[in-house]
Design a protein around this ligand. Structure first.
Ligand code: HAH
Length: 374
């Protein structure tokens, strides 16, 4: 009797091996499946980790990119449509067409929306800072305008936008300077930051409010970001998270920089979201510059492809470790068909920073990113 049982046990073990293969074989089977499993998208693979998002233009939602978005993403960010300049071009005039069309698409397809953004030095309308005679407005007037703007925009989409980048990029890139010398800062001092959060919270108490910035992997900038957000939190300002833009490249960040960044911000006791992820196939440059002769070689070479794969894997392996605090990862643009990096830091230099190629096919790096959670 015992012998029979033992025989049955051994037999079933051998059969299991035969059917499922060893773990190494299994990995191949899984990766082959990902290549052919057309019913699953990025958002499904990452369901147990974070909300996968993408930055969109209203135009993209009327092209074949729409189907890619619906399959792969659970959240959208309007790339430009909700920025102050585009949405509030004149003092008494809002332009809702583009943002409304993005919201309608999100509703129809059951996607969440991250709002971007309510207060930024760039893409702000010029009228905001000047009066009818062209003079710079006072702090009181500017804060009143900021309040009117934030209240109107946030209330329009109340209950539909689950998270807002309230203040974008208020910190200086200069090592010797804390806050950026923007019109907001020159006119209001530091106060505009806390005020923006208060206005947004009043307009939609349920929305999650984020401070969002880039070059977070630089220890000097990172410490300033930490100081700002910690200060707001400790002062009781309604802030719920920090947005790390994640505009990286094949040569940075190092694993250490990435780990240190997440460790530091996880300690804040707030949520973290990666809000604008892309990995340029050129070495990182932080400032816009003129085109040079060397910039004409823009092929996506096997070397660039391999380096980009390694960097994306590095990032997602760190993201995974922080899944308790990291609640969303949003890519800045949909596919290599078009990215803001095609024009930054060099105008007209083609980049290939995303997981889908210009024909909207998943690149090798897509499967490698999926494998980090399988
Ligand atoms: C981001 N700035 C902005 O948040 C986003 O609104 C815009 O569409 C693209 C990128 C990043 C940035 C940078 O990494 C370096 C210099 C300026 C701006």
């Amino acid at each position: 009797m015992r012998k029979k049982l033992l025989f049955a046990a051994v037999l079933s073990f051998v059969m299991c091996l035969f059917i499922y293969g060893t773990s190494a074989d299994r990995a191949t089977v899984i990766s082959a499946n990902t290549a052919i499993d057309s019913s699953k998208g990025l958002k499904d693979y990452f369901k147990k980790y974070f909300i996968m998002g993408v930055a969109v233009s209203p135009r993209s939602l009327k092209t074949d990119e729409a189907a890619l978005i619906v399959r792969n993403f659970a959240s959208m960010t309007p790339e430009n449509a909700m920025k102050m300049g585009p949405i509030h071009p004149r003092e008494n005039e809002y332009f809702w067409r583009d943002s409304d069309s993005i919201m309608a698409f999100a509703k129809a397809n059951n996607l969440k929306v991250r709002g971007h953004n309510l207060c930024w030095h760039s893409q702000a309308p010029r009228w905001m800072f000047t009066n009818a005679t062209g003079d710079t407005v006072s702090k009181e007037v500017l804060l009143q305008r900021l309040k009117e703007h934030i209240t109107t925009v946030v209330k329009r989409y109340k209950g539909q936008i689950y998270a807002w980048d309230v203040v974008n990029e208020a910190i200086s890139d200069r090592p010797d300077e804390y806050l950026r010398n923007s019109a907001w800062y020159r006119i209001c001092g530091e106060e505009f930051i806390a005020k923006a959060f208060e206005y947004a919270h009043e307009a939609d108490p349920d929305a999650l409010l984020f401070y969002n910035d880039y070059n977070e992997i630089n220890p000097v900038k990172r410490d300033k970001m930490y100081k700002l957000v910690k200060g707001l939190k400790d002062a009781g300002v309604p802030i719920h998270g920090i947005g790390l833009q994640g505009h990286w490249a094949i040569n940075e960040p190092s694993e250490e920089e990435l780990n240190n960044t997440f460790k530091k911000f996880a300690d804040l006791g707030l949520k973290i979201q990666v809000t604008e992820l892309d990995i340029s196939v050129y070495n990182k440059e932080h400032d816009a510059r003129e085109r040079r002769t060397a910039d004409t070689s823009t092929a996506f070479t096997p070397e660039k492809e391999a380096a980009q794969i390694e960097m994306y894997k590095r990032c997602f392996n760190v993201f995974k470790k922080y899944k308790k605090v990291l609640t969303s990862v949003t890519f800045w643009n949909i596919s290599d068909r078009s990215s803001w990096l095609d024009n930054f830091p060099v105008r007209g230099r083609k980049d290939y920073p995303l997981l889908f190629d210009k024909n909207l096919q998943p690149k090798k790096v897509f499967f490698e990113v999926v494998r980090t959670v399988q």
